[in-house]
Design a protein around this ligand. Sequence first.
Ligand code: MG
Length: 395
Amino acid sequence: MKESFALYAVILAAGAGSRIAPAAGGIPKQFLCLDGEPLYLVCARKFCSVAMIRGLVIAVPPGEVSRCERETESALLPLPWRVISGGATRQASVRNALEALTAWQPQANAVLIHDAARPFVSASLITAVADALKDGSQAVIPGIPVVDTIKEIQDGRVERTPPRAALRAIQTPQGFRLDILDQVHREGVRKGLAVTDDAALIEGCGHSVQVIDGERSNIKITNPEDLRLLAAAPKVQVRTGFGYDVHRYGQGRPLKLGGVPIPGAPEVVAHSDGDVLLHALADAILGAMGASDIGTLFPDTDPALEGIESGILLIEVLQKAREARLAVTHADCTIIAQIPKIAPHQPLIKKNLCHLLGLSPTAVSVKATTEERMGFTGKKKGIKAVAVVTAAMMG
Ligand code: MG
């Protein structure tokens, strides 16, 4: 029976980044952020998007393991992962990662090794390396043609000019059959070999290494001037959020909708002021943020929130949205009730929502409908509201 292809990825994020750290405020480069996420997690997410990969080992500096575990946990990666302690050198970190991988996933038989300082790696390059490995290569590395003329020098004088056409600048991810990589790492330790990439160990032990086309955009963040690549123009992401809320009619609080009192309407049962429209709207904004609901944020067991105006809750939610760099640009709301009649109050409700949200009348819609005497609203047992917001999330 043909052996199945069990591919895992190793993200190397254990370096001190000494060339770049002074310019980056002392932060090692793998912990710098791109689109709000540290580079090692940007890389991890790229590898997670490749279907052939079954899991990740992330090597970080020894003192950072538990912090990075917490950070990786909250990144909600879709593949299983382990954060492990790296070593003093890149080679030692790979060694640790291979030991951790074989102990964790004994069936692993292929591995991709990637430097966390290459956050721009594409899923197609990762796939190309993995494909070559799957097709039978023992070692696969991506390389790009060299544009500069390269000279070997000694004591400030040129020793040799190798022909440029035969040269390649080598990138990661590098892919290997796990047994061979494991074996050459052991041999490397025995022979005292010190190398800057894993392929060099393979070559040093006499195995062949396949080179495939790399990508010019797969840049390694190395020097202070590379920091500008991470500070590229802020990206704006369009977000949508949906909110839904219900309140029962009964002895409780005078009905308010969108912060507007509705005289003569049934009362609603609620811990806060029971403004079903503002609750739906607040939930829609929280939805656009990727956050939880207002019930979680403002529990109805909190005595401080007894009878609180929902406008205050909405302002707090908007403050949280601002902190998350989210700006609400449009809100579309529908109130669903048999009673009271909403139409007479609609202009004031809309005006109030525009004020609360800081939006123009063309960016806010307040609509109303009945449910044709069906269901709990039709039976006049309660009221509901739905809201959809559109928002811009600044990268
Ligand atoms: Mg509610």
